[in-house]
Design a protein around this ligand. Structure first.
Ligand code: NAD
Ligand code: TYD
Length: 368
């Protein structure tokens, strides 16, 4: 493992990146982090509010700026990159795929080039490039197919998953051709604090609070394998500490659920929260739960997502046996914490919703 004293985290102001930064800073008092983030609609400085600025330097910049990345690696003597920065939402990749190629493919290549230039010059230095990827690169499973293993064929179906697949291939190629020391984790669907409310769980949660329709794509029986973000971040740290260079590790929660079940659990959690805390009715008077009615009444079936993958599921056995990976959260504990976090952090999501999210959601549902 490379020197962990200062690490570069790309996309550290996004959902998973910010949770990773917080987890790392809390776990190791000797580690410092440089966050490189372009602050797209999904990036938010407030996701890092309260972190020690002495130990976490924020750089507002683009991963495609290879010279900037080289400078950061040299100036901070960085030997570890953890690469989260990406365009990450499938629906946006359908309405506007270009940004996905620019950031996910060209951006990843820019980072690899900078790492190669700085780390492999002369006799080279110990280093690690960790690439954060997704299970979506493997395509869609049938109902009786075994979960995705690391040697599954790549069959990406959306511009998002195709761009992530391309980035995975570039990372692999830089290992095999140039001997860059890389690891990759392909993870299932995450949920937890700071997730931008365009993704299923926070979107449904906030729509319950506002009494807005809960848009179910298609028949609602698409299956995802849900993992709390803290467990994903623990898996990445294990891959950094114990992963073998050149290897890929699939990370998941063995927690497959159809979308309708996820929405049912969210609506039930919100109903229960309102029943237990009368102040919520005053805070969110347009929620059905404010009048004792079930939020499930908001469920609305909408036109399916084009090319909608039916089922994802992760086989985590390699990460379990090689890295000692085990999730700490069950879906029940993770979802309860997440609902509580969104109820306690109204200022955060109101600020997010006042910005680009609102414009996008209005455009998306106006044209759907
Ligand atoms: P996110 O959209 O919440 O955050 C992405 C971050 O990257 C934002 O802070 C954004 O500002 C930044 N960014 C975008 N383009 C950039 C650029 N050109 N230069 C610098 N920064 C840029 O995404 P997320 O959900 O936190 O996902 C992080 C990573 O994890 C992605 O690579 C994604 O593919 C992967 N992943 C996500 C999930 C999930 O369920 N969310 C699951 C598996 C893997
Ligand atoms: P999402 O959170 O966008 O993640 P991904 O597409 O990367 O898996 O969506 C999760 C599932 O929820 C997916 O099957 C699409 C579905 N979905 C809805 O039914 N309604 C929604 O409003 C959203 C955002 C997603």
């Amino acid at each position: 493992m490379s020197d962990p004293r200062t690490i570069l985290v790309t996309g550290g102001a996004g959902f998973i990146g910010a949770n990773f930064v917080r987890q790392r800073l809390a776990a190791d008092a000797n580690e410092s982090i440089v966050v490189l983030d372009a602050l797209t609609y999904a990036g938010n400085r407030t996701n890092l509010a309260g972190v020690d600025p002495e130990r976490c330097i924020f750089v507002h910049g683009d991963i495609r700026d290879t010279a900037l990345v080289e400078r950061l690696l040299r100036e901070h003597a960085i030997r570890t990159i953890v690469h989260f920065a990406a365009e990450s939402h499938v629906d946006r990749s359908i309405t506007g795929p270009d940004a996905f190629i620019d950031t996910n493919v060209n951006g990843t290549h820019s980072l690899l080039k900078a790492a190669r230039t700085v780390w492999l010059a002369g006799t080279g230095v110990p280093h690690r490039f960790h690439h954060v990827s997704t299970d979506e690169v493997y395509g869609s499973l049938g109902p009786n197919d075994p979960p995705f293993a690391e040697n599954n064929q790549y069959q990406p179906n959306s511009p998002y998953s195709a761009s992530k697949a391309a980035s995975d291939h570039l990372v692999r190629a830089y290992h095999h051709t140039f001997h860059l020391e890389v690891t990759t984790t392909n993870c299932s669907n995450n949920y937890g604090p700071f997730q931008f409310p365009e993704k299923l769980i926070p979107l449904m949660l906030l729509h319950c609070l506002h009494g807005k329709p809960l848009p179910i794509y298609g028949d609602g029986m698409n299956v995802r394998d849900w993992l709390h973000v803290d467990d994903h971040c623990r898996g990445i740290t294990l891959a950094l500490d114990k992963g073998r260079p050149g290897e890929v590790y699939n990370i998941g929660g063995e927690n497959e659920r159809p979308n309708l079940e996820i929405v049912q659990r969210i609506t039930a959690s919100i109903d229960a929260a309102f029943a237990a805390d009368p102040s919520l009715a005053a805070r969110f008077p347009t929620s059905p739960a404010a009048n004792g009615n079930p939020c499930w009444s908001l469920v609305t079936y909408v036109k399916d997502r084009p090319g909608h993958d039916r089922r994802y599921a992760i086989d985590p056995r390699k990460a379990q046996s090689e890295l000692g990976y085990r999730p700490h959260e069950t879906f029940e504990t993770g979802l309860a914490k997440t609902v509580a976090w969104y109820l306690a952090n109204e200022r955060w999501w109101r600020a997010v919703m006042d910005g680009s999210y609102r414009q996008w959601i209005e455009h998306n549902y106006a044209t759907r």
